[in-house]
Design a protein around this ligand. Structure first.
Ligand code: FE2
Length: 346
């Protein structure tokens, strides 16, 4: 077995491969590590065949769909996952064949309804059902402390005590533990009576994870995160530095159309001398009238530099092959003391 553990903040993801056949699977991949996983698999001589989420994550952005798209491999989740993009839905006890390895799914609802653990040889990937010294929380959508009790005490903790536990999270830099260690020392597992356990889980009062709304939206639908949209736009657009633009404005070069895509009030308060106003919300509607020559060089600017990136990307899609975005925004431009003008342009 070839095995790699990839931590990202408190998240843990795993690359597991068969040394004989080179077939591999990724478990709980995180969106910022896509290149890392692909590079690790290549370094280890593995080919990723499956991407697996142990459950619908609420606290980070899953990379399963992006990797599936890049590598043309199926996304695997438990049968009760709400995500429409899942290609292979596993039922309790079913196996994934990975060369000579067998990954067996155990349905362990509780943290979420679609939580599953995966047993492979000497180890079990426990998702957020069982963590080192803790359990997954049960207060997020589809969480259920009674179901978690059953999943832990009736299923997971009855497995071989020597099985190594690899969870989907660890916030203290630990790589793994064992079923036996968790039974002996995990504080949450000391409440062995159902009611006491359920009562403890209900009274944890944990703070909401950051980005919970966006994580659930994207992980459940397969939609994109805001930063993915921005990164995709940025990958298609050249940028111009503020210093370069300032030099061009001061030299009064007229080969560049500076297009301010903020709203009118922001534009009239202070804009780059010579800039034209075309709010982002009206870009597609007014482009034919306002920008009749697609061969012109256009620089989009906005307040922070994000909306202008989207605008420049849209312009390029519409055929403005010389559209660029300002590397920075009007806020930084003003703070640098660069020249501005207020009111309307003549
Ligand atoms: Fe989770």
């Amino acid at each position: 077995m070839i095995f790699e553990q990839v931590p990202t903040g408190g998240c843990q993801s795993y690359l597991i491969g068969c040394g004989e056949t080179c077939a591999a699977a990724l478990i709980d991949p995180e969106i910022s590590q896509v290149d890392h996983y692909v590079a690790l698999a290549a370094r280890d001589g593995l080919r990723v065949r499956y991407v697996i989420d142990t459950h619908t994550h609420a606290d980070h952005f899953s990379a399963t769909r992006e990797i599936a798209r890049q590598l043309h491999v199926p996304v695997i989740m438990h049968r009760s996952s709400p995500a429409p993009f899942v290609d292979m839905r596993l039922g309790d006890g079913e196996l994934i064949v990975l060369g000579k390895l067998r990954l067996q799914a155990l349905h362990t609802p509780g943290h979420t309804k679609d939580s599953m653990c995966l047993v492979v040889e000497d180890r079990v990937f426990t998702g957020d059902t069982l963590l080192i010294g803790a359990t997954g929380r049960t207060d997020l959508p589809s969480g259920d402390p009674e179901a978690l009790y059953d999943s832990l005490f009736e299923r997971l903790l009855k497995l071989d005590p020597a099985l190594k536990v690899y969870p989907a999270h660890d916030y203290k830099g630990r790589s793994h533990s064992t079923i036996g260690d968790e039974i002996a020392t995990n504080p949450r597992l000391q409440k062995r009576e159902r009611m006491a356990f359920v009562e403890m889980m209900r009274s944890l009062n944990l703070t909401m994870p950051t980005h919970v709304t966006e994580a659930l939206r994207t992980n459940m639908s397969g939609g994109k995160t805001v930063s993915q949209l921005l990164a995709q736009a940025a990958a298609t657009v050249p940028f111009m530095s503020m210093a370069e633009l300032k030099a061009r404005v001061e030299a009064q070069e007229d080969d560049l159309i500076v297009l301010d895509v903020r709203e009118r009030d922001a534009y009239e308060a202070a804009h780059i001398p010579g800039a034209r106003l075309l709010p982002r919300g009206q870009l597609e509607l007014r482009v034919n009238q306002d920008l009749p020559d697609p061969t012109r060089r256009i620089l989009a600017c906005c307040e922070l530099g994000y909306v202008s990136t989207l605008a420049a990307s849209t312009l390029r899609e519409m055929g403005f092959q010389h559209a660029v975005a300002l590397d920075g925004g009007m806020k930084a431009w003003r703070e640098s003391g660069y020249p501005t003008r207020s009111g309307r342009e003549p």
